[in-house]
Each structure stands twice: as structure tokens, then as C-alpha cells.
Design a protein around this ligand. Sequence first.
Ligand code: ATP
Ligand code: MG
Length: 368
Amino acid sequence: MEKHIVLLPGDGIGPEVTKAAKSVLQAVAERYQHSFTFESHDIGGVAIDNHETPLPEDTVKAAKKADAIFLGAVGGPKWDELPGHMRPEKGLLGIRKQLGLFANLRPVKAFQQLLHASPLKQEVVAASDLLIVRELTGGLYFGEPRERRNNGKSVVDTLAYDRREMERIVDRAFQSAQVRRKHVTSVDKANVLESSRMWREVVEEKKHQYPDVRVEHMLVDAAAMKLVTNPAYFDVIVTENMFGDILSDEASVLTGSLGMLPSASLNESGVGLYEPVHGSAPDIAGQDKANPLASILSVAMMLKHSFGMEEEAEQVEAAVQEVLDEGYHTADINLVRGTVVNGSDLARRVVDQISTSDTTENIMRCYV
Ligand code: ATP
Ligand code: MG
């Protein structure tokens, strides 16, 4: 198959992990005789430096024509003092909005080899396998007005959704649950927020279209607690933009590191942007310390969701698993055993596995 992939490396460790993602895509192309072509564009801080905007027109144009997009990370202290509309994060929010990437899928499952890397009890972590479906183009991140008032003495942000935005993300969650364990937990704050009360109504209406799926409502504070006390309780969590952001960073504790969590952001026509859940990690940028596995697993999601390449995706997951089995990991993984290697070294080992291994047996198959 021929596929054109747009790479948006961005800032901080973004370029390092994007390089790893690209090398894995190239290894897959070679092994399975696909033709993948690549095109890189600026986004975030680097785009501000080069084009005086966090989201250049060229970047949007290229992304709109791509078969899939890979994004590293944006932001960093260098751009912290800029006014709101010139912040690197506006590049990321902008591309999500422009491409209509409303559904953010964040699978969370710990690799067997990393169970001890979590501060939580091993048996608690081992039993967990969940998918967070986060609404990505609405809510507090986009609502207007958002401004200081009364000479800086007060401030307002706006949590806004229309019913259709809620319906499509809830549909997506039910569909994901149908191919998983058929259990949806809808997370909100309906005891306080009007938007949450409407969210509940939408879920209650929608559930009749998915009679095979069990659904319940949970307040976000209760969900936050359950996520670390009994994560195995969850199958699919569906929630609005900000709750999803917070809960998925929390859920990363299960996997041993933020550097392990992949994500896919999809629009209604199935075009996807794939990115690690972590940020630009300025504290370790340029030192070859970044864990590339969140990005490599995001590539597995790309292969599956955007290209329909199931076997290739499984091959990538199997390669990651094999390298972890051999005891290799980056320094963010808190394990006494094993060998700590650089990010580029770890990525190269995954690439070697993809090129040489002859089996995809016994793999987790969790990134659906
Ligand atoms: P953002 O605001 O973009 O979400 P953040 O504030 O959540 O970013 P990150 O940039 O994700 O922060 O970093 C949080 C911590 O996790 C930092 O200490 C960083 O070094 C570490 N970290 C994040 N990603 C990785 C990675 N891939 N490998 C190793 N460490 C990482
Ligand atoms: Mg974060």
C-alpha cells in the first residue's frame, strides 16, 4: 500500500520521538513492502520561531492532504512569556480543531515487564486494561468568552458543548466498547455542572442504540480515585475534554511512565493524528533520554486505525514487548532490574526486532 504521512515533530523531545516513530514506519514499510512517504512541517514553538505563528498555513494544508499525521509534542519554557494567541499549545489546539479531530483514544495497559515500575500494587496494575475516550475539540479548551475582567480583578473561562458534539463522542465510545468488554463508564460532574447534566442525557439517549453495552455514570472525583484503587473496574471511560486530559495523565501511572502512553485523535471521516500522550518534556530534551515507546505505540495505532494494517500493528507491539522482555528500557522507567539505554538505542532495538522477528504470537493486542 502507498501512504503519505505528515510528520509534525514540534518542540522539546518531540523531534527525538518523531525520529523513532519514522524509523519504525520505515521498518514496517520495508518488511511488508509498503511505500510510505513522509513530509515534515513545523508546529508549536518551532513554528513561532520560523513563521511567527504556532500553526502555519502550510502545515494545515499538508495535514489535510495526508493519509495520517504523526505529532511529537509542542511547547517549552522558551515560549512561556508569549501572549495567549501566540503560545505553542495554540498550534496543537488549532490543528485538532481544523481537522475536526474530536475523538481522542488513549489505551492504557501495562506491559507485563513493567508491572514493578508502577508505584501501585502489582496485582492492581496487572489486571487493568482500559481505554479513555476523551472529547477533544470542545469544552473549556475552546469555549468563549475566556478573558480577564474588571482590570484583572476577575476572570472567566467557558465550558461549552452542543448536543451533537456530545453525541458523536459518546457514539465513538460505545463503538469502542463493542469490540472490547462492552462496558462504558461515562465520567462527568453532574452534581455541579449543567454541561454534565446534558452529557448524562445524551448518554441515556444513546445507550438504546447499543443494547449489548453496559453503561453507567460516575462523577469525575470518584473516577479519579477508582482509577488508582481499582483500575480493573474500567473498560471504556468516556468524558469531556479537560476531565479526559487529567484522568489520562493519572492513568499513565499504571503503565510505569508517561513515556509509555500512545494516543489517536480521529475525525468523522477517519483521518487520524497520532501522538504520544506526554508533552515536550523540556527537562530532558536534547539528551537522548526520552522514552520513544509512547510514540512507537502511537505508530501501531496509526497502522491499525488509519491504514487497516492489523498484522503490521501487531508486529510493532510484539517488537516493543520483545525489547522490554530483553530488559531494555529508558531512564523514566523506575525498575531495578534490566538495562537502561538511550531513547535512540531503544528505538533501534525495536526497529531491529521488526526487521528480523518471525512471530507475532503471544502479544497483548491491546491497542485497539
Ligand atoms: P503538557 O503540558 O504538554 O501536557 P506536561 O506538563 O504534562 O506537558 P511532560 O512534558 O509530559 O509534561 O513531562 C512531564 C514529566 O514526564 C517530565 O518530567 C518529563 O521529563 C517526563 N516525561 C514525559 N515524557 C517523557 C518521555 N517520553 N520519556 C521520559 N520522560 C518523559
Ligand atoms: Mg500533560
